[in-house]
Design a binder for this molecule. Structure first.
Ligand code: FAD
Length: 459
């Protein structure tokens, strides 16, 4: 190790203590720094900034886009020693947490106190509040409660030069100039380290209904969404659609789930509503599906009779790992207008068929949010295949004015395609903001913008 780096690490250790730093020898990258307070984060960043030392913030490391990728010699900064739930304020309906707190711990703490923290993603057991904020995580209940951005009342952030931006108060409203917290939400660790947050809590729903329905056409699917949103009067919490190819795979012989309803229709949907009265909620859910049936919007339905049945339905939706095991498989998270989705998915399937005679395209998503996940299982896992598939997936998105990343961010993985979603004017403005807040480019370098976006695009 170079003497300058040794010296820097010694200075960092003097701030964070012996327990606060260790070498990540296994992966041959730089050390992991684990500060125990915002003040320590600030002092560490100031040292790194003065020394021009790159630093990569790491939360639960559940990134889907290599957001915590580290080059040799780059330090990692983990907030695992800052995971305290500091306060639950039952009158302001807020929770104040350190950013290293795990999402699941936050959900459970809210529930113990009679409240609800609605953000929910499959990685809830490992993902942290800081990571959720840095990626503006979405998940299963966005249709009702919005993304992470909508759950944040205030943030404390440490800038690259060590400046601490203190947290504002607990009031939801504060229209006094630019709302700076929004700069850091979805900034993927490139503008500052989120150290603490005040989260918004909601009323804990005491009833829920969950069903699985099959839908005869895309036209019926969009009408069904509008119908259930209106009928359930604000209680709709999930509307998760599976295209038939994925539904038949995930409930087929190679997977541990059985189909809740027979095959045959092009789409099936998991619908969930949450309310405050189980009896009323159940009866209204049944009437809703029966009317949808009469209107020809659904052709079959099953309703979970208890929590075990509800969990079984959700397990089908959540068990993405079954598909991931089919390597080589590629995972995409895109968004586009709902009325463009049918043509888009058909176009992707046609393009895959033309190039690879043997392929699968698993499509599912949070339809109400305009968010689709596509998992094409094709090719040989080579970089050339990856680029060819990415081009197919992203060209269709570009021409429909959609987004190449609906909820996972850009990270290191998608930098080459940023211009498919953002104009050059927007990218230039984003770079100006980065330059202003982190002129030395020490925070998560190579993320979002990348170093040479053109290299992987030359076939
Ligand atoms: C099984 C599974 C299911 C998932 N489901 C969803 C889903 O439904 N919706 C969804 O949106 N995502 C989903 N994800 C992706 C991932 O869980 C989210 O992006 C999550 O918010 C990342 O949190 P993390 O703590 O693991 O952050 P990490 O993965 O450690 O980091 C993510 C990014 O945030 C930055 N970062 C981390 N902590 C901080 C901090 N304190 N300050 C500043 N920057 C920081 C990192 O540098 C990196 O750029 C899923 C992932 C898995 C593995």
């Amino acid at each position: 190790m170079a003497p300058k780096v040794m010296q820097l690490l010694e200075s960092i250790e003097a701030i964070v203590g012996e327990n606060g730093i260790f070498e990540d020898d296994a992966r041959g990258v730089g050390a992991i720094v684990r500060p125990a307070s915002s003040d320590q984060v600030s002092r560490v960043l100031k040292l790194c900034n003065d020394a021009g030392q790159s630093i990569v913030p790491i939360g639960g490391n559940s990134t889907m886009v290599q957001g915590t990728h580290r080059g040799r010699g780059e330090l990692a900064l983990s907030l695992e020693r800052m995971s305290m739930i500091e306060e639950i304020d039952t009158e302001s309906r807020t929770m104040t947490v350190q950013a290293g707190a795990k999402l699941q711990d936050v959900q459970e703490a809210a529930e113990k106190n009679g409240f609800f923290y609605p953000l929910d993603i499959g990685a809830r057991g490992s993902a942290t509040v800081g990571g959720n904020i840095a990626t503006n995580a979405g998940g299963n209940r966005v249709i009702r409660y919005g993304m992470t951005r909508e759950q944040i009342v205030a943030l404390e952030v440490v800038l690259a030069d060590g400046t601490i931006i203190p947290m504002q108060g607990k009031a939801l409203k504060n229209n006094t100039g630019y709302d700076l917290k929004h700069l850091f939400i979805s900034s993927e660790g490139t503008l500052g380290i989120v150290t603490r947050a005040i989260l918004r809590l909601r009323t804990l729903p005491t009833s829920q209904c969950c069903g699985w329905v099959s839908v005869p056409s895309f036209e019926a699917l969009t009408k069904l969404l509008t119908f259930v949103e209106g009928f359930s009067q604000g209680m709709l919490s999930s509307f998760e659609v599976l295209w038939a190819e994925y539904y038949e795979f995930i409930t087929g012989p190679s997977c541990p789930h059985s189909p809740p309803i027979p095959y045959g229709d092009p789409y099936t949907v998991l619908i969930e509503t949450q309310g405050m009265n189980q009896k009323e909620n159940t009866s209204s859910f049944e009437v809703m599906l029966s009317e949808a049936f009469s209107e020809g919007l659904i052709s079959d339905a099953v309703i979970a009779k208890n929590m075990a049945e509800r969990d079984r339905l959700w397990a089908i939706r959540d068990d993405v790992n079954q598909a991931i095991q089919l390597a080589p498989i590629w995972a995409f998270d895109v968004s586009l207008a709902i009325n463009d989705m049918e043509a888009y998915v058909d176009e992707v399937k046609t393009a895959l068929n033309e190039r690879w005679s043997k392929n699968s395209l698993f499509t599912y998503g949070h339809l109400g949010d305009g968010n689709l996940h596509l998992l094409p299982a094709v090719g040989d896992g080579s970089n050339e295949t990856r680029i060819a598939i990415e081009r197919i997936i992203y060209e269709g998105i570009r021409k429909r004015n959609g987004s190449i990343s609906a909820e996972h961010g850009i990270g290191h993985h998608k930098t080459a395609w940023l211009s498919y979603t953002r104009t050059s004017v927007e990218i230039a403005l984003m770079k100006k903001i980065k330059q202003t807040l982190d002129p030395g480019d020490i925070l998560n370098p190579g993320k979002i913008f990348g170093e040479d976006p053109c290299t992987i695009l030359t076939e």
